[in-house]
Design a protein around this ligand. Structure first.
Ligand code: GDP
Ligand code: MG
Length: 376
C-alpha cells in the first residue's frame, strides 16, 4: 500500500498536466502605464492572425477609451467604469479597482469561455489596466491570476519601456517592481523590452549581466538613489539569472518570433516548475483541511459525550436528544430572525429621518455589473 500511493499521486499529477497542456496558454500582460501593453497586445494579435492562429483576447482595462484590437471579452461591456465612480463616489484609481472587483465576480464565466476555445486557440491574451498596481496589488488581480494559473498554462509578460528606462535609476525601479511581481506570483516570467524601434535594449541587457556597466552608468550620480540602485543591482543578480528578457517593438513587430520562442520555453517551465509546486501545495492544503475537519468532529463528539455524561443522559437517547436540540434551536433561530427582520422593517418604515432616507436611496441605486458579453 505504501508504494502504491506515490504512483497514484504521480498519475493524478500527470493527468492534471495533460489536461492543462491541452488548454490555451494565458498571457497576462503587465507593465507601467504607457509602457505599451495595449499596443503590444494589438501587435501580437495581428501577427497571430496572420499566422492563422487567432488568439482569444480579453481586455481587463475598464478605463481605456478604445480597444485597438479585435477583442473577445471586454470588461467595459460588463462594467461601466464611470457609473461605478459616480455611484461609489470614487476617484479614477478606486473606480478601476472596484470595476475589476465587480468583474472578478463573473470570472468563472470567462474561464468557461476560454476553456471552450481549447480546441482551436493556442493563446489567450489578457490586457490589464494602465496603472499596474491596480492589478498586481488588488484582491481581484490576485484572484484572476491564481485562478488562471490553476487551470491553464499561465505566463506573466512584463512590458518595460526602453525609452524611459535609459535612466539607470528608473531602470532599477522598474526591475524592482518586476522582481516583486515575480516572487509574489511565482509564475513563468518574460520581460518584454518594448519600443526598440526608438531605443535598442542592448544597454538594459548589459546592465542585467554586467554589474560594472551598470555602475559606470551611475558613476556621475552620487545621490542616495544612485547608491541604493548600485547595491540593489548586486542583490538583483540572482533575479536577473532567472529572467527571460527579449527586445520587442509593439509598433513594427520586431522580436515577435523571439517572443513566441520565449513563450514556448515559459510553458515548459510552467509544467516542470510551477505545476508540481502548485499541486504539492494543493495536496498539503487538502490534507490540512481534512485533518482540521476530523479534529473538529472529534472535538464535537467528545464535547457532546462530556455534556451528556454531566447531564446524565444515556447514549440511547443521544439521537433523539440531539434532534430535539437541533429542532428547537432551528425553530428559535427562524423565529428570532423573522421577528428581528420585521422589527427592522417596521422601524425602517416608521423612521423618516433624512439619513435613513439617503441610505435607502443609495442602497436602491447600488451598482451591479451587467451580463458578461463576448464575441466568438
Ligand atoms: N515607438 C513606439 N511607441 C510605442 C510602442 N509601443 C507603444 N508605443 C506608444 O506608447 C504609448 C502608450 O502605449 P499603450 O499601448 O497605450 O500603453 P499602455 O498604457 O501600457 O497600454 C502610445 O502612444 C503608443 O503608441 C513601440 O513599440 N514603439
Ligand atoms: Mg493599455
Amino acid at each position: 500500500m505504501a508504494t502504491a500511493k506515490p504512483a497514484e499521486d504521480e498519475a493524478v499529477a500527470d493527468r492534471n498536466l495533460l489536461e492543462r497542456h491541452k488548454k490555451p496558454v494565458c498571457l497576462i500582460v503587465l507593465g507601467m502605464a504607457g509602457s505599451g501593453k495595449t499596443t503590444f497586445v494589438q501587435q501580437l494579435t495581428s501577427r497571430l492572425h496572420t499566422k492563422n492562429k487567432p488568439p482569444y483576447v480579453i481586455n481587463l482595462d475598464p478605463a481605456c477609451r478604445e480597444v485597438p484590437y479585435p477583442v473577445n471579452i471586454d470588461i467595459r461591456d460588463t462594467v461601466n467604469y464611470k457609473e461605478v465612480m459616480k455611484q461609489y463616489s470614487l476617484g479614477p484609481n478606486g473606480g478601476i479597482v472596484t470595476s475589476l472587483n465587480l468583474f472578478a465576480t463573473k470570472f468563472d464565466q470567462v474561464i468557461k469561455l476560454v476553456e471552450k476555445r481549447s480546441d482551436n486557440t493556442d493563446i489567450a491574451i489578457f490586457d490589464t489596466p494602465g496603472q499596474i498596481e491596480v492589478f498586481t496589488w488588488s484582491a481581484s488581480g490576485t484572484i484572476i491570476t491564481e485562478t488562471l494559473a490553476a487551470l491553464f498554462p499561465t505566463v506573466v509578460v512584463y512590458v518595460i519601456d526602453t525609452v524611459r528606462s535609459v535612466n539607470p535609476i528608473t531602470f532599477m525601479s522598474n526591475m524592482l517592481y518586476a522582481c516583486s511581481i515575480l516572487y509574489k506570483l511565482k509564475l513563468p516570467f518574460i520581460i518584454v523590452m518594448n519600443k526598440i524601434d526608438v531605443v535598442k535594449h542592448d544597454y538594459a541587457m548589459e546592465w542585467m549581466t554586467d554589474f560594472d556597466a551598470f555602475e559606470l552608468a551611475l558613476s556621475s550620480d552620487s545621490s542616495y538613489n544612485a547608491n541604493l540602485s548600485r547595491s540593489l543591482s548586486l542583490t538583483l543578480d540572482e533575479f536577473y539569472k532567472d529572467l527571460t528578457a527579449i527586445g520587442f517593438s509593439a509598433v513594427t513587430g520586431e522580436g515577435f518570433e523571439e517572443f513566441l520562442a520565449a513563450v514556448d520555453a515559459a510553458v515548459v517551465e510552467y509544467e516542470t516548475d510551477y505545476c508540481p509546486e502548485h499541486d504539492r501545495l494543493q495536496k498539503l492544503q487538502a490534507e490540512a483541511r481534512s485533518k482540521d475537519k476530523s479534529r473538529q468532529k472529534e472535538k464535537f463528539e467528545s464535547d457532546f459525550e462530556e455534556t451528556n455524561r454531566r447531564l446524565g443522559v444515556t447514549t440511547g437517547r443521544h439521537v433523539s436528544h440531539r434532534n430535539e436540540i437541533l429542532l428547537r434551536s432551528r425553530g428559535r433561530k427562524m423565529t428570532d430572525r423573522a421577528t428581528s427582520r420585521s422589527v427592522i422593517l417596521w422601524k425602517n418604515r416608521r423612521r423618516s429621518n433624512s439619513r435613513n432616507r439617503i441610505a435607502l436611496r443609495r442602497e436602491k441605486k447600488q451598482y451591479s455589473p451587467g451580463p458578461l458579453l463576448y464575441a466568438n
